[in-house]
Write a protein that binds this ligand. Structure first.
Ligand SMILES: NC(=O)CC[C@H](N)C(=O)O
Length: 196
């Protein structure tokens, strides 16, 4: 059994927790206090509104604990706004927030809320037809040499991995397709076994 937290300051929290629990080998923890990070093997940063999340991360004293969690080598999966929090650089903003992955992101790159869409993506190591929902999604405009591109949509990068950090522009938790969460759970299990 692995314990995977979902940062619950704002955003699509329950859907992630449900999907993680459905793996059977995972206990999903709704994370509202920084101390809860200590008991986790992995963490999901959900979608929502990254500016609000940034503010709440600082307000509730999550910044340093999250940085420490990332330094410990445990996996983190950021979806949509969560991906934005993980980027080293955000176009039009002074700096990234947690700056965990060597990539530049552009916010709201696929249009407004009403232009949300669903599509199938060829995701390296995950599935050739992964179902993905895009809601005011960011895109990854640049990646460093240590970042592996996992998937693109219309030639734009929408999913990437750097060591134990995984990020995507879309919402895999809002579909019935569990394969991206399964991929992350496997990352968490393998890392847990290696860190022991
Ligand atoms: N669905 C989402 O997470 C949208 C992200 C949001 N547009 C932002 O910039 O933070």
């Amino acid at each position: 059994m692995v314990k995977i937290g979902v940062l619950a300051l704002q955003g699509a929290v329950r859907e992630h927790a449900k999907m993680l629990e459905s793996e059977g080998t995972t206990e999903a923890i709704i994370v509202k206090k920084a101390e809860q990070l200590d008991e986790l093997d992995g963490l999901v940063l959900p979608g929502g509104e990254s500016t609000t999340m940034r503010r709440l991360i600082d307000l509730y004293g999550f910044r340093e604990p999250l940085q420490k969690f990332a330094d410990s080598g445990k996996p983190i999966f950021g979806t949509c706004a969560g991906l934005i929090l993980m980027a080293r650089q955000i176009v039009g903003e002074e700096e990234g927030h947690l700056a965990l992955m060597d990539m530049t992101v552009e916010r709201n790159a696929f249009g407004r809320q009403k232009e949300s869409f669903e599509t199938e993506l060829d995701m390296k190591g995950v599935a050739e037809d992964l179902l993905a929902v895009f809601i005011r999604a960011p895109l990854i405009s640049e990646v460093g040499a240590s970042v592996e591109v996992l998937g693109t949509h219309r030639d734009e990068i929408v999913a990437a991995r750097q060591d134990q950090f995984l990020a995507c522009s879309f919402h895999p938790e809002l579909t019935d397709d569990h394969r991206f969460h399964h991929y992350f759970v496997e990352m968490v299990k393998n890392t847990k076994a290696a860190l022991v």
